[in-house]
Design a binder for this molecule. Structure first.
Ligand code: SF4
Ligand code: SF4
Length: 112
């Protein structure tokens, strides 16, 4: 099993999660982060740190699509280990439904 990042991270990207991960397995896209499923050690410490409640264990049902997205993009986006400021408009998008369909970007983030 692994933990994965899901829809509500898109355009929120608060980044509280990256500071606590003991194995630095977060990767940064233009407007969301993902977890590398093969590097995550399932410690679970990031899950309660996410203000957007976007981090879930892949054992939850209905998350197959998100496991694939985390797997695919963690292989091509840059590693991120240090928190930066969230986007100014992050709160406006927190909790909005269907963000993947509306806003997902394949573009990589800056990383560190
Ligand atoms: S804390 Fe949550 S919303 Fe913020 S970057 Fe991490 S997974 Fe995304
Ligand atoms: S569960 Fe642990 S190892 Fe996996 S991403 Fe979260 S903090 Fe990192």
């Amino acid at each position: 099993m692994t933990y994965i990042v899901t829809d509500n991270c898109i355009k929120c990207k608060y980044m509280d999660c990256v500071e606590v991960c003991p194995v630095d397995c977060f990767y940064e896209g233009e407007n969301m982060l993902v977890i590398h499923p093969d590097e995550c050690i399932d410690c679970g410490v990031c899950e309660p740190e996410c203000p957007a409640e976007a981090i879930k264990p892949d054992t939850e049902s209905g998350l197959d699509k998100w496991l694939e997205i985390n797997q695919k993009y963690s292989a091509v986006w840059p590693n991120i280990t240090e928190k930066r400021d969230a986007p100014d408009d992050a709160k406006a998008f927190d909790g909005e439904a269907g963000k993947f369909e509306k806003y997902f970007s394949e573009a990589p983030g800056e990383g560190d």
